[in-house]
Design a protein around this ligand. Structure first.
Ligand code: APR
Length: 265
């Protein structure tokens, strides 16, 4: 692994523009299980509960599952070393932007500024009638389904449900990243889900080098990946940070690497 870390660091140090493309795997060490694989969320919950048509017809049932999945269990999740190193790379002009498939807000909480959320963000709710936004912290989820204070309409988490479109800003930023980047750092994603999974392919077609960090091979690994680093995102990014930063990570507090207990497992 050390050799791949060094090769990856050399590519990033020479790169004019590096983009990180992240999936659920980057947040596993923060206590949020992935969607697929052993113990993945979809082995316990039916993805139907996140289909927009089912949500509209069954708001109470859908919201009960959403509350349990995204708010009860994971509300306390904190950024792990991988999120922190990406934020530090941005501060040192070694990372241009993050395109994330995740809705957990952990990149922003780690300090990253240029974050584009392909699937939205679970920390915001939106009224389906008047389109007013709320921070989820403003709304009590003791009453399900939550309703808009302004018009009484149904509130929905502001993340993309199956059957919904991708936010235009994130789509445009992703297509642009695929054309302007020299390096794509792909972290913790199967590459299973359209259309997000097309972005690394577009980057590769535009001449980008693909560095991948994953505990398992993904759809990209035997295909477009130039450097595959097999390992956990937190541990691997800590090593990559050490190879990139001449001075150690400033906010290298104890305990960030601790293994968070994953609820219900
Ligand atoms: N470090 C790095 N990678 C990891 C780790 C870890 N600690 N743990 C798991 N992984 C990898 C798995 O090997 C897998 O490739 O993370 C990936 C998780 O895959 P998915 O759960 O499919 O997550 P993702 O690819 O982000 O899913 C895409 O699917 O359900 C939708 O909207 C949801 O954004 C999500 C999309």
């Amino acid at each position: 692994m050390e050799n791949q870390i060094k090769r990856a660091a050399d590519l990033i140090l020479k790169s004019r523009f590096t983009t990180a493309f992240t999936g659920a795997g980057i947040s596993v060490e923060s206590g949020i299980p992935p969607f697929r694989g052993n113990d993945g969320i979809w082995t316990k919950y039916d993805p139907k509960s996140l289909e927009i048509a089912w949500f509209m017809s069954n708001p109470v049932e859908s919201w009960n599952i959403i509350k349990e999945l995204f708010y009860d269990f994971f509300e306390e999740a904190k950024p792990n070393k991988a999120h922190l190193v990406l934020a530090e790379m941005e501060r040192r002009a070694l990372l241009g932007r993050i395109i994330t498939q995740n809705i957990d807000n952990l990149h922003q909480e780690a300090g990253s500024k240029e974050v584009y959320e392909f699937h939205g963000n679970s920390k915001r709710l939106i009224c389906l009638d008047c389109r007013k936004f709320y921070a989820v912290s403003e709304i009590s989820l003791d009453h399900i389904p939550p309703t808009c204070r302004q018009c009484g309409g149904l509130l929905k988490p502001d993340f993309v449900f199956f059957g919904e479109g991708i936010p235009q800003t994130a789509l445009a930023a992703s297509y642009e990243a695929a054309t302007i980047s020299d390096v794509f750092l792909v972290i913790g994603t199967t590459g299973d889900v359209m259309p997000a999974n097309q972005i690394p392919y577009m980057a590769k077609s535009a001449g980008c080098k693909i560095i991948e960090i994953n505990t398992e091979p993904s759809n990209y690994s035997g295909d477009i990946t130039d450097i595959f680093i097999r390992g956990k995102a937190g541990e691997t990014m800590k090593k990559l940070g050490a190879a990139l930063f001449t001075t150690p990570l400033d906010n290298d507090q104890d305990g960030i690497d601790q293994d968070f207990e994953i609820h219900g497992q």
